[in-house]
Design a protein around this ligand. Structure first.
Ligand code: GDP
Ligand code: MG
Length: 163
């Protein structure tokens, strides 16, 4: 069995962009069964020769605002619990917002190792957000640009001890 990595974080931070980059053309399965599993996508990922299963927590963006926090929490906690390591993604450009802090509280009690990732960190626009991310208490964030493919070596190094 391949080790598995979950990507969690609030909507719009770039989770699916990273998922798509790591899976590339090798997408093995898109699970569209109704219910909870509909909100996750899984694929076979490859990062600098490291092969693993990747889970994108997606879909709760489509639900109405009232059900969103509860669904997001269920999705996030289920994905993290089922993974060997979880990437907790924040948006370096937007900085840390209250929902990031709430997700951090959900993750704090988890036994799955958490790797904090500050995405959209290309250029210098993310410097303040990276400092804010440090305060979440998950250590130094891995600085990434999922869109531009920057920081993949650092992501590899952060994942390697857990896979
Ligand atoms: P998700 O909701 O967390 O899955 O986020 P998406 O992957 O759908 O991305 C949300 C938006 O952020 C999209 O417009 C992406 O093009 C953009 N985005 C993703 N990664 C990056 C990045 O590294 N840098 C920048 N500037 N934008 C990004
Ligand atoms: Mg998405």
């Amino acid at each position: 069995r391949l080790p598995s990595v979950a990507i969690v974080g609030r909507p719009n931070v770039g989770k699916s962009t990273l998922f798509n980059r790591l899976v590339g053309k090798k997408l093995a399965l898109v699970d569209d069964r109704p219910g909870v599993t509909r909100d996750r996508r899984e694929g076979d990922a490859s990062l600098l020769g490291l092969d693993f299963r990747i889970v994108d927590t997606a879909g709760y963006e489509d639900h109405d605002a009232q059900s969103l926090p509860g669904r997001m929490r269920l999705q996030t906690e289920a994905a993290v619990a089922g993974a060997d390591v979880a990437l907790f993604m924040v948006d370096a450009r937007a900085g840390i917002v209250p929902l990031d802090e709430e997700i951090a509280r959900w993750l704090r009690g988890s036994t799955t190792p958490i790797v904090l990732v500050a995405n959209k960190a290309e250029g210098r626009a993310g410097e303040q957000g990276i400092l804010e991310a440090l305060a979440l208490g998950f250590g130094d964030p891995v600085q990434l640009s999922a869109e531009h493919g920057e920081g993949m070596g650092d992501l590899f190094e952060a994942l390697l001890p857990h896979l």
